[in-house]
Design a protein around this ligand. Sequence first.
Ligand code: NAD
Length: 249
Amino acid sequence: MNKLEGKIALVTGGTSGIGLATAKRFVAEGAYVFITGRRQTELDAAVEAIGKNVTGVQSDVSNLADLSRLFATIKQEQGHLDVVFANAGIGEIAPLGKITEEHFDKTFNINVKGLLFTVQKALPLLPEGASIILNASITSVKGTPAFSVYSATKAAVRSFARNWTLDLKERKIRINAISPGVVPTPGYDHLGLSDEQLQEFVDSQASTIPLGRVGTPDEIAKAVVFLACDDSSFVNGIELFVDGGMAQI
Ligand code: NAD
């Protein structure tokens, strides 16, 4: 029996990496999925890769008008939403001393403001029993050189999950954060590292992970399916680390 049979789901940033892997898993488990991304070409390619039961809506999570249009489309096409995976996010490197206002605003606008208004604008479409999953990161609880602004956005995301369980309790909507560890995706291309530096980074990270390797987007997707479906019916307000043990030691 499929875990998400007949469910309607949204994955923001569903064109690449963890979002794309999750959208594929959602569809494989019987859901109809809306994915978003900023660029139409990438969106079209992702819709084709997912293959069926998917609609792509071009939208930027940090743009509230785009979000309103997204939820108007979902309402018109399906009437409601059972699962929201607020996944869209970016991470760029800037050590303290080199942090610019632009870096701060861009990172917080996408990772915090965009995620907040994604969830808030989804609320009218969510029935009792819906599940919201926020993509945080192990950086919510760990320090990383030159990654403080990103890490602060993820600590904020974790805090949202804790607080919103209370705001949503009357409606019996569950909300949880998922915190991936090191999972190479196209997102790593924006770290500003050469191919060689990136490989060195991945290898150095793997040596600090108890399982001895980095993760894959599909390993995160499987955990998101767990939080989305009835298997996690009594799981609420948590931060689920999917990190090979990296942040647990
Ligand atoms: P990715 O770059 O492969 O995917 C990010 C997705 O978000 C893309 O579809 C991109 O188009 C979309 N996106 C970015 N800005 C957007 C915006 N303003 N509006 C709409 N869509 C936007 O990266 P990923 O590694 O798959 O990251 C997905 C999420 O996972 C992020 O929130 C990231 O912080 C989080 N995360 C990733 C890792 C990792 O190691 N990959 C670890 C912890 C957390």
